[in-house]
Design a protein around this ligand. Structure first.
Ligand code: DMJ
Length: 647
């Protein structure tokens, strides 16, 4: 029999299957062999399918059934296929046939062995392998997804490695603060690494719902820039490595948009500007992309929370009438301007400018901004106004937007001036004992209570003094000093010399907490923040003195062998701990203390603006990068034109 050359598997060249075998006797064998070949093909497909099922169905009961199937069903088929001179329509030599048969047998046996090997592994090992494979795929997809970021002219990054004080006493105090930072970091490193925060007494990780249910290393990200300016470079590198390898935002986790913005995006951007390490910029941009779905509301006012994976947003259950919170949606501007600047993508800038434009159009009761705004209806919720919790950083960011633009964003400055005029008129009072305080406005009534959070305002007034309306710089600096004094009193009137969460000016009580649940101190920074700003603007040594008192009190009453903890009652001589080392203790409290005992050339305020989590961001003098920036920040056009007219 002549053996034709091997033919390609083309339908036209194969004999039609419905032809009678007797009519073409030599085709009878061909058909039988074709059937076998098809059978083999089906078997191969079945094995492939089973392997697929093995890898993608983690249920072990399925693995076992599959094992039986392979041995019982497949092997006999492979072993008994003997004889025949034609495979799949190809006529082949006996030797060739044998070689192919052996190869198929070997392949199947190898596959079977591999399957058996797999099944010897424990469920955990198999799951780990599946996870590794999945991660590889995710990484590949990410690589494809992430567009390279454009080269950007870098702003003036001065005063990153300066600040060493000449005075040995001040140097010693600064070193003490650095040692406290090391204690906080080392313990977190040892007991809470990768978790959001540390429980310094239980010596394990800690988290709260603001970070969702994932371990996102909040303390690492929040602490980076403090480590950097303190010269703790090994620790900084450890943090960088963790972020590079582990910080992943594709997690099914519902986080606070505000907290993630101020701690993570702010922290990553500051770390990028200080160190120049690209990884921080890339992570910040990746994370920002995950926050954007929060803005998908009927008004563009973002939800308080967003699920990083699904992009579904919602508001806090406790907020008035389903509202978003002023201090949350109003504390995005600084970071989002920098994101647009670094990516060349106006999307971030447009989101925050949209919020601003919407607020500008709204009526304000007594010129005050209520804390609650419904993102569906665009209407205010309860008419509560506060310069403390729920309102605070909105005002701060109006001022800082202006400063960060090198004073070109005059619209923000005007909004700030209008707001603080109304605040001064309706919320700021002097107590009988002569202490200036900022109360809370609730439906037309002033509550004579001030929060620890509100104490940041002393620093804000001082920072905004220069450039204030009607040349009231002296007035605002004085107001800052009065708030600093009141807040110092709130510390000084306690047993531990640490400030309570809230204090009253009512019924003979002055700067003292009345309710038990307002007597705690959770390592907050606001009072020390105000001391630092006041120090920078006045160089009055009392601010360093007050800062040192606070340093000693924290070291004495909050330090435990496993880190630093908040205390539940600052009026008790034997306080109990809350067992939480807040990430803002490393980001803010210790940073402000360190800056207080440093020279002013460390992060000078003409070049850096601190976000509300104390992450320094450089001033963006957009006029220097006109061509680049006009495309991204179209709203700034007017400011450019005015500026050019002036010069
Ligand atoms: C910080 O996360 C920020 O300062 C925020 O603006 C409000 N307060 C905490 C620390 O107290």
């Amino acid at each position: 029999m002549t053996t034709p050359a091997l033919l390609p598997l083309s339908g036209r060249r194969l004999p039609p299957l419905n032809l009678g075998a007797s009519a073409f006797p030599h085709h009878r064998a061909t058909l039988r062999l074709s059937e076998k070949f098809i059978l083999l093909l089906i078997l191969s497909a079945f094995i492939t399918l089973c392997f697929g099922a093995f890898f993608f169905l983690p249920d072990s009961s399925k693995h076992k059934r599959f094992d039986l199937g392979l041995e019982d069903v497949l092997i006999p088929h492979v072993d008994t296929s003997k004889g025949g001179k034609n495979l799949g329509g190809f006529l082949i030599h006996g030797e060739e046939e044998e070689r192919l048969r052996n190869k198929i047998r070997a392949d199947h046996e190898k596959a079977l062995e591999e399957a058996k090997e797999k099944l010897k592994k424990s469920r955990d090992e198999i799951q780990a392998e599946i996870q590794t494979e999945k991660n590889k795929v995710v990484q590949e997809l990410k690589k494809k997804d992430s567009k390279p970021l454009p080269p950007v002219p870098l702003p003036n990054l001065v005063g990153i490695n300066s600040g060493e004080p000449a005075d040995p006493d001040i140097r010693e105090k600064r070193n003490k603060v650095k040692e406290m930072m090391k204690h906080a970091w080392d313990n977190y490193r040892q007991y809470g690494w990768g978790h959001n925060e540390l429980k310094p007494i239980a010596r394990k990780g800690h988290s709260t719902n603001i970070f969702g249910n994932s371990q996102m290393g909040a303390t690492i990200v929040d602490a980076l820039d403090t480590l950097y300016i303190m010269g703790l470079h090994d620790e900084f590198r450890e943090g960088q490595e963790w972020i590079d390898k582990n910080l992943d935002f594709s997690v099914n986790s519902e986080v606070s948009v505000f907290e993630v913005n101020i701690r993570f995006i702010g922290g990553l951007l500051a770390a990028y500007y200080l160190s120049g390490q690209e990884v921080f910029k890339i992570k910040a941009v990746q994370l920002a992309g995950k926050l954007l779905p929060a803005f998908n509301t009927p008004t563009g006012i973002p939800w308080a929370m967003v699920n990083l994976k699904s992009g579904v947003g919602r508001n806090w259950g406790w907020a008035s009438a389903g509202s978003s919170i002023l201090a949350e949606f109003g504390t995005l501007h600084m970071e989002f301007v920098h994101l647009s600047y670094l990516t060349g993508d106006p999307v971030y800038y447009n989101k925050v400018m949209h919020i601003r434009k919407l607020l500008q159009k709204m009526d304000r009761p007594n010129g005050l901004y209520p804390n609650y705004l419904n993102p569906r209806t665009g209407r205010w919720g309860q008419h509560h106004t506060s310069v403390g919790g729920l309102g605070d950083s909105f005002y701060e960011y109006l001022l800082k937007a202006w400063l960060m633009s090198d004073k070109m964003d005059t619209e923000a400055r005007k909004m700030y001036d209008d707001a603080i005029e109304a605040i001064e008129k309706h919320l700021i009072r002097k107590s009988n004992g002569g202490l200036t305080f900022i109360g809370e406005w609730k439906n037309g009534h002033l509550e004579r209570k001030m929060g620890h959070l509100t104490c940041f305002a002393g620093g804000m007034f001082a920072l905004g003094a220069d450039g204030s309306r009607d040349d009231k710089a002296g007035h605002y600096l004085q107001l800052g000093a009065e708030i600093a004094h009141t807040c110092h009193e709130s510390y000084d009137r306690t047993t531990l010399k640490l400030g309570p969460e809230a204090f009253k000016f009512d019924g003979g009580v002055e700067a003292v907490a009345v309710r038990q649940n307002e007597k705690y101190y959770i390592l907050r920074p606001e009072v020390i923040e105000t001391y630092w700003y006041m120090w920078r603007f006045t160089h009055d040594p009392k601010y360093r003195q007050w800062g040192w008192e606070a340093t000693q009190a924290i070291d004495k009453y909050c330090r435990v062998s496993g880190g630093f903890s908040g205390v539940k009652d600052v009026y008790s001589s034997s306080p109990t701990y809350d067992d939480v080392q807040q990430s803002f203790f490393l980001a803010e409290t210790l940073k402000y203390l360190y800056l207080l005992f440093s020279n002013d050339d460390l992060l000078p305020l003409d070049n850096w603006v601190f976000n509300t989590e104390a992450h320094p961001l450089p001033v963006l003098h957009l006029l220097n990068y006109k061509k680049y920036c006009l495309l991204i920040f179209p709203f700034e056009k007017n400011a450019y034109i005015q500026q050019e007219k002036k010069s």
